[in-house]
Design a protein. Structure first.
Ligand SMILES: [Zn+2]
Length: 411
């Protein structure tokens, strides 16, 4: 049977709509991991791939693997995540899994036997939306998971992660076994298609891009301590912790612009948080990202200096608590070259870019050669029901991804 690439891309789009219909309400996608609607998405994936003749298996971290055996045992793995944030979009994560199903269909029971074995994987709980731990399934596989931390995490209703897993007959202590299970597979390459979640490609009127790396990240809390006082006290004689934090935050934005990097103050907590009291204490989060490890170090150092200067000007104390870090990911040249070619053949241009958001591919690239491709995002919106890519651009990106899989298959 000849492979009709245009029809295959259209089928992926209609299957994405089918999944959205099955797992969304009027507020958007509700495929939050470790909830019944996510289970429904996972069952849908298992049913669809089984119907194509794939062997389905689950690893110790609840990642789902759909396998089509090729002429060789060496394998190409294609994946992403079916889970979403609450009130999420129809494409984030789902695009990569459903595009993988499109590739699998080509080689399934109605198709030709592939040269290499193909796995399509649905990584469990990429978003961390319920328990706050991102890339759960893929970090179990990479070996980076902190099992101690994860089992005691609680959701907003106070349910422990370890207890929620009982519904799935899973134990966090077993999660690291997924690492061994992965290493037993002779994986040649990992490929992931995802939406951009930023407006750059739309601005450049491009449907798809090769992603050559994922930014590294440093996260810390910065606490400013001043003196609570009456809101009728003289302005020049205050030790206002909030103003110091606000001034520092503007400085962080300046660092982001200066170094072409990302600096985000996402969380602001003010004490005592009363209308008539000068804030005595203020804690902010700072998330800094860059593709360049040296720039990342500089960002952290200079943020410290910026915060200390702001604190001094407002007569308050400042302290720093680093909470999380992840090094930048640079995908290997060979796969990046194939990906750039695939994008160029479909769109006429060798577009490539860096991903600001983290993805499962960052975890998996710790073990095997990996690369990502982005599809354009309308207005860059994601993690909301407005998330979209027009059908024409979506199909172009899917066709480019099929080309990438072809190239990986021939390499
Ligand atoms: Zn995602």
């Amino acid at each position: 049977m000849d492979f009709d690439v245009n029809q295959a891309a259209k089928t992926v789009v209609s299957e994405l709509r089918e999944l959205a219909q099955l797992t969304s309400n009027e507020d958007g996608a509700q495929r939050v991991a470790w909830t019944p609607i996510w289970d429904r998405a996972v069952e849908w994936f298992k049913g669809k791939t089984k119907a194509e003749g794939a062997d389905i298996s689950m690893d110790a971290a609840h990642n789902v693997w759909a396998k089509i055996t090729g002429e060789r045992e060496e394998a190409i793995v294609i994946g992403s995540h079916l889970d979403s944030v609450p009130n999420g979009g129809w494409l984030d994560g789902a695009l990569g899994v459903v595009a993988g199903m499109g590739i699998l269909r080509r080689y399934g029971k109605h198709g030709v036997k592939p040269k290499y074995t193909i796995y399509v994987v649905n990584w469990a709980d990429e978003e961390g939306a319920r328990f706050g731990y991102s890339c759960t399934g893929s970090s179990a596989v990479s070996g980076a998971m902190d099992v101690q931390t994860i089992e005691n995490l609680r959701d907003n209703d106070g349910v422990r992660f370890a207890d929620a897993l009982k519904n799935y007959c899973l134990q966090t202590a077993d999660f690291p076994k997924a690492h061994e299970e992965f290493l037993a597979k002779p994986v040649k390459a990992y490929l992931e298609l995802h939406i951009e979640q930023a407006p750059l490609l739309e601005k450049q009127r491009k449907a798809a891009a090769c992603v050559y790396g994922i930014t590294g990240c440093r996260r810390q809390y910065i606490t400013f301590k001043g003196q609570p006082a009456h809101s009728g006290s003289p302005i020049t004689m205050r030790q206002d912790a909030f103003l110091a934090a606000a001034q520092a935050s503007l400085g962080f934005r300046g660092l982001g612009l200066k170094y072409d990097a990302y600096c985000t103050v996402g969380k602001v907590e003010v004490w005592p948080n009363v209308v008539t009291i000068v804030p005595g204490s203020c804690r902010i989060s700072l998330d800094q990202r860059s593709i360049d490890p040296a720039v990342l170090n500089t960002l952290v150092e200079q943020a410290r200096a910026v915060a200390q200067k702001a604190a001094a000007e407002h007569g308050v104390q400042v302290s720093f608590e680093s909470v999380w870090k992840n090094p930048p990911t640079i995908f290997p040249d060979k796969l990046v070259a194939l990906c750039r070619e695939a994008v160029a053949e479909e769109t006429g241009e060798q577009t490539s870019m860096v991903s600001g958001p983290l993805h499962d591919a960052a975890e998996i690239s710790k073990l095997v050669p990996a690369v990502m491709m982005f599809a354009m995002s309308s207005q860059g919106l994601s993690h909301c029901k407005e998330e979209n890519t027009p059908d024409r651009e979506l199909e172009t990106a899917i066709r480019a991804f099929f080309r990438l899989a072809d190239k990986a298959m021939q390499a």
